[in-house]
Design a protein around this ligand. Structure first.
Ligand code: HAM
Length: 451
């Protein structure tokens, strides 16, 4: 194994013209090792809790036919009309990077015949999603979602389970969530309500923002959660969707709330929650952070729901039929992971805390290096956290690195010790060195580390 570059290899390398650095795309970001503790914690906590609750992990492709999202998320939604990364593949098919998980999970449910499994099928997934949004704080073009779905169950219990799990996960993430719930009723009752909405807004059309003028024709429900002050002022007196719910949806909603009360999940009713995706019916909810995560001076995130929702979801009983499946009731939610981390001091603290390393493995002299990797693996296998730097040969340099890492002991494998079957343990605090039996190094270190 070669750890060092031959000096001539660098000297004789042809000189390259200095190149302009190719930067990362706007709205995309790298996740560096020092940020990874929070990400790993979220993945591990989620996997453990959701598998206890009977959810199976699924991964679906990042690229799907564009028609999947047009038919489900909705052609006139912001996501599909202006935010998808869409392109023609080599065969001329229009494909898109997934802007959300739900349609892909539903497609897999149909295609893989999951309807024939014991219902409901509970699934969760984690990964990147893509929306060509205007990048700003908490808004990215590539971001990550934790997505949870229950497919094949119409009972209000499932709506409550999804909201309960969202609450539980927030608590595990160190977030005090503010959960806002609403019911969107059935598709039919909503159509009736949309007519009433249009009648209400039409005389006030010229006062609406440009976007809402378009929404009035294409997606009138979205007027309810517009963030422009003029639109908000007009919306204050709007007839409420909850008053137009069909009887069954009303009963369903009451039961969901009863289950939440029973499970002691705190929530607020918010008649303006309509969600930005077309496929929802009945329960819809969004999750905000109770405590503002920005300066008191600035607008708090909970005052600015669209920017600040860390998660959202609802029931989507019609989606599976929209893409050719049998009528299947379903409910689910997704967290935006970047926003979850940003909202949680607990998760940020996980990144700030440096990993504690016990031992540094230093080598000294010709022919020793080849013994270093097997020894490294022996120590690691014994549960000792160990570091080494195989590109540095000088003991002084290696001890400096060990010092920087802040290890408790450095073990020094030298030529002489190797011949004697021994190794040196150096206490990094007082510099005292002891020679011990190489075959017993794991035990010796554990004794000193009090393991
Ligand atoms: P969504 O509300 O569109 O729902 O997205 C879920 C979460 O993703 C949001 O609450 C937010 O935290 C995060 N998010 C959205 N856009 C961005 C962005 N540009 N940058 C950073 N984070 C963002 C869905 O996607 C549904 N599929 C959820 C669902 C699952 N409904 C039923 N099942």
């Amino acid at each position: 194994m070669i750890y060092k570059k031959h000096p001539k290899a660098v000297k004789n390398a042809p000189k390259k013209k200095s190149q302009k650095i190719v930067s990362v795309l706007r709205g995309f970001r790298d996740i560096l090792p020092e940020e990874s503790y929070a990400w790993n914690y979220i993945r591990e906590t989620t996997r453990s809790i959701l598998s206890d609750y009977g959810y199976g992990y699924i991964e679906t492709p990042i690229v799907e036919y564009t028609s999947l999202y047009k038919r489900t998320t909705g052609e006139h939604t912001d996501i599909v009309s202006k935010e998808m990364f869409t392109f023609d593949d080599m065969s001329g098919d229009s494909v898109s990077l997934r802007p959300e998980f739900t349609p892909g999970v539903a497609r897999a449910y149909i295609e893989k015949g999951m309807i024939n499994r014991t219902q409901p099928v509970k699934l969760f997934t984690f990964g990147p999603v893509f929306r060509y949004d205007r990048p700003q704080a908490g808004r990215f073009r590539q971001f990550h979602q934790l997505n949870i779905e229950i497919l094949g169950d119409a009972s209000p219990c499932s709506d409550a389970e999804i909201i309960f799990l969202s609450y539980l996960l927030c608590k595990k993430f160190g977030i005090d969530p503010n959960i806002q719930v609403n019911s969107l009723g059935s598709v039919e009752s909503r159509e009736e309500y949309i007519k009433i909405l249009k009648e209400y807004y039409k005389p006030k059309r010229r006062l609406l923002c440009d976007e809402c003028k378009t929404r009035l024709n294409k997606n009138p429900l979205r007027l309810l959660d517009c963030k422009e002050q003029t639109c908000k002022d007009i919306t204050i007196e709007v007839p409420q969707l909850i008053d137009y719910l069909d009887e069954e949806s009303k009963q369903h909603f009451v039961k969901v709330l009863e289950h939440l009360d029973e499970a002691q999940v705190p929530y607020e009713l918010n008649p303006y929650i309509v969600r930005g995706l077309d496929y929802y019916n009945r329960t819809a909810f969004e999750i905000y952070v109770t405590k503002p995560v920005v300066d008191d001076q600035e607008e708090s995130k909970s005052d600015n729901p669209q920017q600040g929702a860390i998660g959202g979801g609802g029931r989507f009983d019609g989606l599976i039929e929209m893409i050719g499946g049998r009528a299947t009731s379903a409910v689910g939610m997704a967290f935006g992971i970047e926003r979850v981390i940003e909202a949680s001091e607990k998760l940020k603290a996980k990144n700030a805390k440096n990993e504690k390393i016990d031992v540094f493995l230093a080598r000294l002299g010709e022919g020793v290096t080849k013994h270093a990797l097997p020894l490294f693996e022996r120590l690691r296998d014994a549960g000792i956290s160990v570091r080494a730097n195989f590109s540095k040969d000088g003991l002084k340099q290696q001890l400096e690195i060990a010092d920087k890492i802040g290890v408790v002991y450095t073990v020094i494998l030298g030529q002489k010790e190797l011949l004697d079957g021994t190794i040196i343990i150096r206490d990094m605090e007082n510099g005292i060195q002891e020679v011990v039996d190489l075959s017993k190094i794991e035990e010796e270190l554990k004794k000193r580390l009090k393991r």
